[in-house]
Design a protein around this ligand. Structure first.
Ligand code: SF4
Ligand code: SF4
Length: 348
């Protein structure tokens, strides 16, 4: 085991390579104050080295849109040769070019996650605000599948696609995919109002129905943690995730070297890994991670609802994604809903 890996809990990292993007998604949480800034190849390699020094072996390249970075392939090659498992989270538009898909695989990419927001151009492009993006993204999915490569399709559940979700599951099954992965559109840390965030009660109803749709044909995953007590489906309860910020299980490095507790915290930097023309050491990173991140993580442990205090699921749930409770009141929802009353200390 790497010496420094025993000093922290981080096992996943996200690296924002560029702030540029060729879509303009209505609910984008990424700060556009960074304009078109990109990280140089040398700086990105030093981040990979730092992550490896810390014993972190998984890095997802994000943005902006990471495929717009001119040195995407050299960085994947560098990282994979050093033993880092590199994935790409992308809108897929540049992967409409089959050759780029082949080159990324050849360079050593471990996994590709492509965001698809609707099964028709009108729904998808209402969200991405870029005409032609549906054609590109669906081609990208087909390209990777034709190469026999494991690709994920990720759909962010929001106001504009809430009635298109069964169709999305059908679409993915028809493509031959084994997994359907869903995100939830959450309130923005910066307070941006997109009109795309669904109320938690509406999300609960959607998830309840979705979990029982064609369960034998595809595996459904909801990656944004959401309180299982609000969803009746037992299948959802077993698979509900946990916010990685509570234990500091993940770290995001933004394009300017800012260290963020989660990709959604663009502009809410804990500290910076670039110190003039050098990248800080693993030990210095850990010192600042504790100093600047410890208080922030402690603040997350406040119960979002009285019902959580005695709930047996607390240590698996922590109330779901805390971003929801910056805008909604979980306590009030629990008081209104039957499922909330049942969850109070009665989980078996
Ligand atoms: S911990 Fe809270 S939010 Fe999570 S299931 Fe229990 S009562 Fe619901
Ligand atoms: S706040 Fe936690 S649960 Fe929500 S998106 Fe960030 S890491 Fe995920």
């Amino acid at each position: 085991m790497n010496r420094l890996s025993s000093c922290h809990n981080i096992d996943q990292s996200w690296l924002a390579l560029t702030a540029r993007c060729n879509c303009h998604c209505v609910y984008c949480y990424y700060s556009h104050s960074l304009g078109t800034r990109s990280m140089s190849l040398q700086a990105a390699q030093s981040v990979i080295d730092l992550l490896l020094e810390l014993g972190i072996e998984h890095c997802a390249l994000v943005g902006g849109e990471p495929t717009l970075h001119p040195d995407l392939l050299p960085l994947i090659r560098y990282s994979s040769q050093k033993g880092m498992k590199v994935s790409i989270v992308t809108n897929g538009r540049r992967f409409a070019d089959l050759r780029l898909c082949e080159e990324a695989i050849e360079a050593g990419v471990d996994r590709v996650s492509i965001s698809i927001e609707g099964t028709t151009p009108s729904i998808h492009e209402k969200i991405t605000q870029q005409s032609g993006s549906y054609r590109d993204t669906s081609s990208a999915l087909r390209n990777f599948l034709s190469l026999g490569f494991h690709v994920d399709a990720i759909t962010t559940i929001c106001t504009s696609n809430q009635y298109n979700l069964y169709a999305m599951v059908d679409y993915l099954i028809d493509l031959g995919m084994k997994d359907a992965v869903f995100n939830l559109c959450t309130p923005s840390v910066a307070g941006l109002q997109s009109g795309e965030v669904l109320e938690p009660e509406a999300i609960a109803e959607i998830l309840d129905r979705l979990m029982s749709y064609r369960p034998n044909d595809i595996r459904l995953t909801v990656v944004t943690p959401f309180p299982p007590c609000l969803v009746e489906s037992a299948g959802f309860r077993e698979r509900a995730g946990t916010c990685q910020m509570h234990h500091g299980n993940g770290v995001t490095i933004d394009v300017d070297g800012s260290v963020l507790p989660c990709t959604h915290f663009s502009q809410a930097s804990l500290f910076n890994i670039f110190d003039e023309d050098r990248t800080i050491s693993g030990r210095e990173f850990l010192r600042q991670w504790e100093l600047n991140g410890g208080n922030f993580r402690d603040s997350l442990w406040a119960y979002p609802s009285e019902k959580c205090i005695d709930c047996d699921l607390w240590f698996r749930c922590y109330g779901g994604c805390p971003l929801f409770w910056t805008e909604y009141d979980l306590n009030a929802i629990h008081q209104k809903t039957k499922s909330g009353q049942q969850s109070h200390g009665s989980d078996d």
